[in-house]
Write a protein that binds this ligand. Sequence first.
Ligand code: 9MR
Length: 444
Amino acid sequence: MLSAASAGVVLAASIAVVGTAEAASTLGASAAQTGRYYGAAIAAGRLGDSTYTRILNTEFNSVTPENEMKWDATEPSQGRFTYTNGDRILNQGLSNGSKVRGHALLWHAQQPGWAQALSGSALRNAAINHVTQVATHYKGKIYAWDVVNEAFADGGSGGRRDSNLQRTGNDWIEAAFRAARAADPAAKLCYNDYNTDGINAKSTGIFNMVRDFKSRGVPIDCVGFQSHLGTGIDSTYQANLKRFADLGVDVQITELDIEQGGNQANIYSTVTKACLAVSRCTGITVWGIRDTDSWRTGANPLLFDGSGNKKPAYTAVLNALNAGGTTNPTTPPVTSPPASPTTPPPSGSGCTATVSLNSWSGGYVATVKVTAGSSAVTGWTVSATLPSGGALTGVWSATNTGTTGAVSFRNVEYNGRIPAGGSTEFGFQGTGTGPSAAPACRVG
Ligand code: 9MR
């Protein structure tokens, strides 16, 4: 027994020398060998299941909340945000050393009832406020956000899907991306969709949007290809990933599941190899862990069976990952949008405020940084003048006095105390155009 075991070790070692990477025994570790992640969509309600969490913690190094960060889950009534289940997913991932993909800030589906009932600028402002608030709550913790999900139509048009969000104006997607960037400059910002698993009219419509965004400086970093696949795969799957990567964005396979049939393991292998062949394909997420966790009842589309056993598809993926591929270069960190230099840096005691505006036609989101001077402050008030015709529609991390013209913002309980030289942030949102002059800050 002992000598057989050591012979096995010797054999494994010699294979590793020949291969491009040493064989790893879990999906996450084998993907990491080429700088990629291998993730799963997970549900907060299943985290008490020990088989589920064992597989999760062993195999995966990225998590996506299946439902817990969607609009209906995080803002069930307007302006009231609930992060309990989203935070459970986040903490599960972070405590396991995993990346967390945020899913999804704006989508035509799973909107809370109050948002479904809105239209026009009220909906646009509510949507942008939602993006700002949720991205701010998770600031610095999310690897990549699906900022906008499934905004393109199926079929041959290559155009946008009709939805209440689309009816607020074609620029709603870029407004969402700008708001997300302003709120969390470190997160990669993705557009995510399905039926884009090859070069077709829908994926080409998205391709054209991404190319346009890149040419106009709209912040977009990645495109997610959901890849809910049947029993076949488009021969242009890899070429499609590559053409997007060539636009200068990362690509990710975000919701992979493949109907069980004679070809399931082969198709899983093909998808894995396609990602490995594209240097900006940064990782793969399967949409669930066991077949019994899948939204596709009866399709058995995942890598583990209902008892948690590895399926042939699992082995096919692991082997493909271990065969190696292009090394995914670490992409440079996203740069923060410049804050407008409205006030000089703090010198004496007191405080100063700088504002960074994310504006679109008819509205804006302002992020205000309050910085203490050479002495700590225990409370602050920031004053600004809003141009006529506009009004405040939302404020966070501060309380306001006035909604038009001369307005002021006072700290809330948890952010009044700023150490000497330290800073805090609050934000507000309004209709019309944002303040053009420097906001004033005073202590108290
Ligand atoms: O898997 C999710 C399922 O639990 C929800 O009931 C459903 C509601 O629309 O959303 C599922 O996830 C979807 C994802 O958020 C976006 N792409 C399609 C996924 C499958 O429907």
